[in-house]
Design a binder for this molecule. Structure first.
Ligand code: FAD
Length: 364
């Protein structure tokens, strides 16, 4: 019996109820299903969702220091395996492998790249310092000298969320509704929400965790971000992502995503003139040919004060868990830590120390 029929048949007690179907809830529910568990996902799509505006980029390099980003060696293969597996299952394209083009403003910057790339101890396979020259981005803008970040790319987040929702709906596992925390019933054996009974419940609500009475004590530091989508027949980037303190990412059909801003006050998903002006100023420093703004979007990144994910069990209610804090790097982080959490369920493998919710138990 295949996985779909098995899950459709057994609809009494579910293994996991997942609240939220952003990148976190989607990656986790699919990983659980692949591992043979049954899931129910409850999501209110009318609420704020960072995933809906995300650029979906994964980048294994921290530009400030030119070092590998946290756990890049482990996260990159895991994300490729995960999204490629679901590309096959959904019979579609979800990810685009790309390079990130980083132009040099000064000779000094180029020398720093060379130094970092040749540092044999750091073994940084993601830095490519071959001397690339004369890349035309716009009729009036040529990059004279640049390097590339390798093994980067982006997930088509909107498409991934749509495919996941359709897949879950086909399993009778998706419920579109606002979860009322007061209606969650806990007992020693199980957890009940409305007509759903499960062994465990996992919250994946992004920055809206602040409204969750069970977990509103987690020290989050959410960051609002905004992007523009523009249309231009003049920008000559076709595959790679351009980054010069902001990014230009080709989406196809002459569309480009421009991002992103950071703002730690006024946390809502309302696009602002301030952020739009900031992005336009940066864009106009490169692109002088005409373009049209197609959309302007805002969302709030669920970042934690120590900039690590937050995953694990509630200190008092062991059937209640959290998979959150994916911050600026959800696409890259989610598959690896979904796997870690599932190993914890299956074989009691510890949840990795750096991301474990236990580190905040004393804040409760
Ligand atoms: C401008 C911008 C650009 C970004 N670019 C990138 C990028 O290039 N690469 C990258 O990896 N990350 C990027 N991010 C970060 C990324 O978007 C987030 O880390 C990620 O989307 C978080 O996913 P999540 O599932 O935890 O939260 P969310 O996407 O916010 O999803 C939470 C879900 O829970 C649901 N929910 C919440 N409460 C309830 C409730 N009570 N009842 C029912 N449903 C509920 C919401 O409706 C929502 O669907 C960007 C973010 C922003 C804002």
């Amino acid at each position: 019996m295949d996985i779909v029929h098995l899950l459709k048949k057994n609809n009494s007690i579910t293994d996991y109820i997942i609240i939220g179907q952003g990148i976190a809830g989607s990656v986790l529910s699919l990983s659980l299903i692949k591992a043979g568990f049954s899931v129910i996902v409850i999501n209110d799509a009318s609420l704020s969702s960072s995933s809906k505006v995300a650029g979906g980029i994964w980048n294994p390099i921290v530009f400030k220091r030119l070092t590998k980003s946290w756990l890049a060696d482990d996260l990159i293969p895991e994300l490729i395996d995960f999204y490629e597996y679901w590309e096959k299952e959904f019979n579609t394209t979800l990810i685009h492998k790309r390079h990130i083009i980083k132009p040099f403003t000064e000779e000094q910057e180029k020398n720093l790249w060379l130094k970092k790339a040749n540092d044999t101890e750091a073994k940084n396979q993601f830095l490519d310092v071959s001397s690339y020259e004369n890349l035309s981005i716009d009729p009036n803008y040529q990059v004279r000298s640049y390097s590339k970040v390798l093994q980067a790319g982006n997930l088509d987040v909107a498409h991934f969320l749509e495919c996941t929702k359709a897949y879950l709906t086909n399993l009778n596992s998706y419920y579109e509704e606002l979860v009322d925390y007061q209606k969650i019933e806990l007992s020693a054996e199980e957890i009940k929400y409305q007509s759903h009974i499960a062994k465990q419940l996992i919250f994946c609500e992004g920055y809206l965790i602040s409204k969750n009475p069970y977990f509103n004590w987690i020290p989050m530091k959410p960051a609002k971000g905004e992007t523009l989508t523009i249309k231009s027949s003049h920008i000559s980037l076709t595959r790679d992502i351009f980054n010069k303190g902001f990014f230009i990412m080709p989406l196809g059909n002459q569309l480009f995503k421009i991002g992103a801003t950071y703002e730690w006050e006024n946390l809502d998903d309302v696009p602002t003139k301030k952020a739009k002006d900031e992005l336009i100023t940066k864009l106009n420093s490169i692109i002088t040919s005409p373009y049209e703004i197609i959309s302007h979007d805002a969302g709030v990144r669920p970042s934690v004060i120590d900039r690590r994910p937050v995953i694990g069990r509630h200190p008092d209610y062991k059937h209640m868990l959290l998979f959150n804090g994916l911050g600026t790097k959800a696409v890259m982080i989610a598959p690896y830590f979904a796997k870690n959490l599932i190993s914890h369920f299956q074989t009691n493998e510890p949840i990795e120390h750096e991301v474990n919710l236990e580190r905040f138990y004393k804040s409760k």
